[in-house]
Design a protein around this ligand. Sequence first.
Ligand code: KIV
Ligand code: NA
Length: 269
Amino acid sequence: MPTTVGEFRADGETPLTMLTAYDAPTAAACERAGVDAILVGDSMGNAMLGYDSTLPVTVDEVASRTGAVARATDEPLVIADMPFLSFGVDEAESLHNAGKMLKEAGAHAVKLESGSHTVELTERLAELGIPVMAHLGLTPQKVNQLGYARQGTSREAASEIADLAVAHEDAGAFALVLEHVPANLAARITDDLSIPTIGIGAGKNCDGQVLVANDVLGLGERIPPFATSFGDLRGEMENAISDYVDAVEDEEFPADEHSHVESDLDDLY
Ligand code: KIV
Ligand code: NA
């Protein structure tokens, strides 16, 4: 049976789990660990591509890495993040770019950083068979307006987010990411909606949680205050690489068992 977005539902007991992945081995590890959904986030800009924001990330970069994640997994829902300006400028171009994530890369769904400008687009995409995960609160593609500050902290801003959440559910979004908003606002929105809410820096009363893989793995240099590391991959990578360098420099690698001698070639030179 194919994976469908309709199965991405909290059972009322166990929260849904989502994690980013940008490559096949990380995606395979997510699947083995029982992650419900993998987000091929435009956070790859900071996490993997060396940029200091998500703005430079392209459709081709997300599509290429979505392909790697989709090829490496069967069970988890694979969601491709739509990069900055790949949607919202022109409807036909938005539909074409989102369609590419399903047609060419093998995603099950796309995620759009949402606002009043994405309500109609969400409806149109859903109509065409492209499921949409909405994203409200802190939307890092607006870094030049919002920075990375917590959102929805005033009554007015909070009710604007709550209204947009309902508008996106009504437009056919199958889930909603809430990023860096007060926990009581996220709880309220989770109550209001029937689609699942997935929180990041939004407290425990969402239907699920998402984090960036680099933060979970301990691969990044800095992690946001709302994340935590469950490993030290950066330390492990540095150790393995420096052991390799030492072994080559000390002429311990390659050893005899890593090479072979062809006796026929003994008198070649
Ligand atoms: O790009 C990303 O990783 C995201 C999540 C943080 C929700 O958008
Ligand atoms: Na993103």
